[in-house]
Design a protein around this ligand. Structure first.
Ligand SMILES: *Cc1c(COP(=O)(O)O)cnc(C)c1O
Length: 437
């Protein structure tokens, strides 16, 4: 392919992607759509600059305005998370977790977190699995026990495990709460004293729920005993793709040092600017936005349940966050279902169920699917729209209707939701492809 052809083709593919998402129902729990204001900030010249270090103590010139924006961003984040200290330089949730590991542990230390089938993330994974904590930081990962019925950490068993590790002479230096399937607030308050009593740090990975925490609808880890909270800024938090660490003043120095020179050189200044904008939107609209997220997630769980789907944690109203987990084994495996739904322009992801590995299933063909409602909530959808979505899902999976018919109806349904809500300005459509070349 000639250079020019490849160049043109790249743009053609980008435009096709935009058109596709304009006509689809995006239900990936880790995704969201930023406002046009955030998109404007992230294509600014900030993206071409360097500003190593802390505002006011940079290693480069040219940072006059960059410093002011970063300080603004820090200030807004402090308000949102009621935090004494915030570092907005980690460029993603993975990097934020690495900052936490570097600041609070040494290689060889024991860390506890949920396993991947139980909702944990690759960043908290064991060395044998290539997980960041084990393979990159050299931590020895032990699992927090999950109660399968409650879809939450089992407090008594967790206490036992922590005590046992202490008896074995390897008490956890760090316990990371948080997960990628995170329907219910974790028992931080219930376990913080036990963790502190063995000399451990209470960490909280808020990658998924940062927006819900900022909006005040989930839990407040810092008040419940967490020493440090890591974030992604683009899941329930509707900012640009970036990360952050939130903590107490007494931990500021070691976190700063772990971030720079430890983990970042350039910290993606355009994303920091986008994050400042998103923080302002969150301060103004966050409570309404996150309340609607929880209502929508519960409504989607209920609507799917009424159509015969096995949505987990029915006795607890399915979820108290943005995410629901569905055991799909009566209709096939998560991988195949994911593919079928994608053909109808319903974008979800296959997901391991806590007991999948024991039952011989694996990540490519797990027993579950996961759905999140952050993006569709940002597009203005409400509870009644969740019923429509559940019906589309049923038509594909249960009724086995022709996917092209469903796809057409999905596109028609989506026409009413083309603008981002919960923001100061939305002159441009959510998925409009912006051409400036
Ligand atoms: C998504 C996620 C991360 C990583 O965040 P990125 O911003 O994608 O790097 C970390 N922890 C958990 C629990 C996550 O779900």
């Amino acid at each position: 392919m000639s250079a020019r052809k490849a160049y043109d083709q790249t743009f053609e593919l980008l435009e096709k992607h935009h058109q596709w998402f304009r006509e689809s129902i995006p239900l990936i729990a880790s995704e969201n759509i930023p406002s046009p204001a955030v998109r404007e900030a992230i294509i600014s010249d900030f993206g071409n600059r360097y500003a190593e270090g802390w505002p006011g103590e940079r290693v480069y010139a040219g940072c006059v305005y960059i410093d002011q924006v970063e300080l603004l961003c820090i200030d807004l984040m402090k308000k949102l998370f009621k935090a004494e200290f915030v570092d907005v330089r980690p460029i993603s949730g993975v990097v934020a977790n690495l900052v936490v590991y570097t600041a609070f542990t040494e290689p060889g230390d024991t860390m506890m977190a949920l396993s991947i089938p139980c909702g944990g993330h690759i960043t908290t994974g064991k060395k044998e699995l290539g997980g960041t904590a084990g393979a990159v930081r050299g931590l020895v990962v032990e699992y927090l026990p999950l109660d399968y019925e409650e879809l939450n950490i089992d407090v008594d068993k967790a206490k036992e495990r922590i005590e046992k590790l202490k008896t074995e002479g390897r008490p956890p230096k760090l316990v990371m709460f948080g997960a990628s399937v995170f329907p219910f607030p974790h028992p931080v308050k219930e376990l913080a004293d036990t963790i502190h009593s063995v000399g451990g740090t209470v960490g909280y990975d808020a990658a998924h729920v940062a927006g819900l925490i900022a909006g005040g609808v989930f839990q407040d880890p810092l008040r419940e005993g967490a020493d440090v909270v890591s974030l992604s800024t683009h899941k329930t938090f509707f900012g640009p793709q970036h990360g952050g660490v939130v903590s107490w003043e007494k931990h500021a120095d070691k976190i700063k040092r772990a971030t720079f020179p430890g983990m970042v050189s350039n910290h993606h200044l355009h994303a920091v600017a986008g994050l400042a904008v998103a923080c302002a939107e969150m301060l103004e609209f966050g409570e309404k936005y996150t309340r609607q997220i929880v209502k929508n997630a519960k409504a989607l769980g209920q609507a799917l349940h009424e159509r015969g789907f096995k949505v987990l944690a029915e006795h607890k109203g399915f979820t108290e966050s943005h995410v629901i987990l569905i055991d799909i084994t009566q209709y096939g495996d998560g991988g195949t279902i994911e593919e079928q739904l994608e053909k109808a322009n319903i974008i979800i992801n296959r997901n391991l169920l806590p007991w999948d590995i024991k039952e011989g299933r694996h990540f490519m063909h797990p027993g579950g699917i996961r759905m999140g409602v952050s993006e569709i909530t940002r597009l203005g959808m409400k509870e009644s729209d969740m019923t429509e979505i559940a019906e589309f899902v049923k038509r594909v999976i249960v009724d086995k209707e022709d996917v092209n018919t469903v796809k057409r109806d999905v596109a028609e349904f989506r026409k009413q939701f083309q603008k981002v809500q919960f923001c100061f300005e939305n002159a441009t459509e959510a998925y409009k492809y912006i051409k400036i070349r």
